[in-house]
Design a protein around this ligand. Structure first.
Ligand SMILES: [Zn+2]
Length: 611
């Protein structure tokens, strides 16, 4: 068996077909001509972590247990990141794999073939027992165990109050053109207890074109406005131990005062205290032989762009760098490839579309052409090796649509009487809810839960009341019209309608399929609400896919044609990739609800690009 899977996160069929008709994507067009192209049905909700897991397992969320970026603990109503569940034991709090379902990669190994999964979402931490060579994708945390935000050093931190996510730090002048600052690292152990660690940085500005950054023993040349090479950081956490990480720096301005920006401090793959990837020798080979790469699950710094720390072009440069790093790794492995499954997910296009869908169509076109070129280079590499009968699959986890209005679902539920807050206030969150008088609530980007007796901590809705309530909420949501006169929600699904499998019982009761143009607000994701149920979206982040799955299909290309798969979906993918369906045990490990601090959970959530 020889299968190469190329994942193009968010590659959109409508945009593809348009550029195909204009003859701009020659490599992908060959597949269309040979009957090897089809739009690809994705699961509900069409979120990356859900969909990529469905693609690798053939299961919907009821089968694999990832229902939304954000889940909640039914007992406490506290939201958490589905991608980063933790378990607390005698040895402390540890990350545990976000799902346990069998993947096509594991089945390939079981069948006697090597399998490699590069940057596939929801694969951090690596499974102990897994024989799959893995570098994790979306979901891999920074060195603080968060999803990661950039750090801005400036002489005047007070002037940066508009920064909602970015960590702002003071840069202190120590001499002519010389400045000092310090990162805050993980907590370290001292004899007197836990203490925050720091790491000093020094900046020396020679003139408007050259500067030097000194961190520990490293001297890094900085060219204003350009990303540095990968910088290593190390925090001494006590008793001779240190936590090591990586980042890239950029001097974003020198005049009138310097501003120095860093990408989130990310896991050093060779020195991680968590199981970053597997096996160690594999990670080492890639790191040493194909050069350093960013390790954060969401390395394209959308927050830095959203908060004006970096420019469009600096953001796009970073996206391209990430594409290039992954391409180098994939090409290196293709050079050694003989058989088995080799998969690599490229996700910069998703971030580019989130930020530029609206006003920079030329950037989008550029990226479709870029990925088409990448596929051409992969095909050439395979042809060079004379690997006959190699199956090539190109797949995306969803398409894309405009995101013009933010929906505060919980405000709507308050207005319609499904949520009763203790006090009438303009804004609120789930802590303000009188659960004794509330029937339903939203947490996550597409999830709606009933306040069910026996499941929710203060549940009041009985099983007998459930059908009528579900019906009433669904009807109201479907009647809801936005300011443009269009339907806000195009479909509402009940849990049993779209999910099957052992995890179904843990999923949301209703899945809200927003119509194109509408998406849940960041506040909704966290269970909060604002004054109005609909708010115009004025963010740089102007397009999305967390809508109804029917509105945002993905794409599928196969060099061996799709004759037997006229309407392919994620359910077909394992069969397409390894020639057989996966068998899944019909039992589920109950979800783990973290016992971590609410504050820790909240911090982790806020770093998610979507929130
Ligand atoms: Zn995606």
């Amino acid at each position: 068996m020889k299968t190469i899977i190329v994942g193009f996160d968010a590659f959109d069929p409508t945009l593809f077909e348009h550029l195909h008709n204009e003859g701009k994507l020659p490599n992908l067009s060959k597949y269309v001509d040979n009957g090897g192209y089809a739009p690809f049905a994705v699961p509900n909700p069409p979120q990356s972590e859900v969909s990529w897991t469905s693609i690798s397992t053939g299961l919907n969320p009821g089968g694999h247990g990832i229902f939304d970026f954000v889940h909640r603990n039914p007992n406490t109503y506290v939201p958490n990141v589905s991608l980063l569940p933790t378990k607390t034991s005698a040895i402390g709090t540890q990350f545990i794999p976000p799902h346990n379902s069998q993947t096509l990669f594991e089945q390939a190994v079981r069948d006697g073939y090597p399998a490699t999964s590069l940057w596939w979402p929801a694969t951090f931490p690596a499974r102990f027992e897994s024989p799959v060579r893995t570098i994790p994708g979306l979901g891999a945390p920074d060195i603080l165990g968060r999803l990661g935000v950039g750090i801005l050093f400036t002489e005047d931190p007070e002037s940066e109050v508009d920064k909602r996510k970015t960590e702002v730090k003071r840069l202190e002048k120590t001499g002519a053109g010389e400045y000092r600052g310090a990162f805050t690292g993980p907590s370290g152990k001292t004899l007197s207890g836990m203490k925050e660690t720091t790491l000093e940085i020094n900046l020396q500005i020679t003139d408007s074109k050259t500067a030097k950054l000194v961190i520990g023993k490293q001297n890094i040349e900085l060219e204003p406005g350009k990303w540095s090479t990968v910088v290593e950081v190390a925090f001494k956490i006590g008793f001779g131990m240190s936590v090591r990480g990586i980042t890239r720096a950029m001097l974003i301005s020198t005049e009138p005062a310097p501003k120095l920006y860093f990408l989130p401090l990310q896991i050093h793959p060779l020195h991680s205290s968590w199981r970053y990837g597997t096996p160690k020798g594999f990670i080492k080979d890639l790191w040493k032989n194909t050069g350093p790469f960013l390790t954060l699950g969401w390395p394209q710094d959308t927050s830095g762009l959203e908060e004006n720390c970096i420019t469009d072009e600096q953001f796009l440069g970073l996206c391209d760098q990430i594409r290039e790093d992954r391409e180098r790794a994939l090409m290196h492995l293709l050079g050694k490839y003989k058989e088995g499954v080799l998969a690599c997910v490229f996700d910069s296009l998703d971030r580019v579309q989130h930020m530029f869908w609206h006003d920079r169509p030329e950037v989008l076109e550029d990226w479709y052409v870029k990925l088409d070129g990448l596929l051409g280079r992969i095909e050439n590499r395979i042809a060079e090796k004379n690997l006959k009968n190699t199956r090539i699959l190109v797949v995306s986890d969803h398409g894309f649509k405009s995101f013009n209005h933010k929906i505060h679902l919980n405000r709507y539920l308050v207005d319609k009487g499904f949520i009763t807050p203790f006090e009438k206030k303009e804004e609120g969150n789930l802590k303000d809810v009188d659960w004794g008088q509330s029937q339903a609530y939203g947490v996550g980007l597409n999830s709606l839960y009933l306040n069910l007796q026996g499941r929710e901590g203060k549940g009041i809705v009985t099983e007998a009341q459930k059908p009528k309530l579900v019906d009433s909420i669904s009807k109201k949501l479907l009647q809801w019209k936005g300011p443009d006169g269009n339907q806000v929600v195009q479909k509402v699904y009940t849990r049993d309608e779209v999910f099957d499998g052992p995890y179904t019982q843990y999923g949301p009761d209703l899945i809200v399929g927003y119509a194109p143009g509408y998406r849940a607000s960041a506040e909704t994701g966290l269970g909060e609400w604002k004054k109005d149920a609909v708010e115009p979206n004025k963010d740089h982040w102007g397009a999305d896919h967390c809508m109804d799955a029917d509105a945002v299909p993905g794409v599928l290309f196969s060099n061996q044609g799709l004759k037997n798969f006229p309407n392919p979906s994620y359910k077909d993918f394992p069969k397409l990739a390894i020639g057989k369906e996966l068998s899944h045990k019909d039992s589920a490990i109950p979800p783990t609800y973290s016992e971590e601090d609410e504050e820790v959970l909240e911090e982790r959530l806020k770093d998610l690009g979507y929130l």
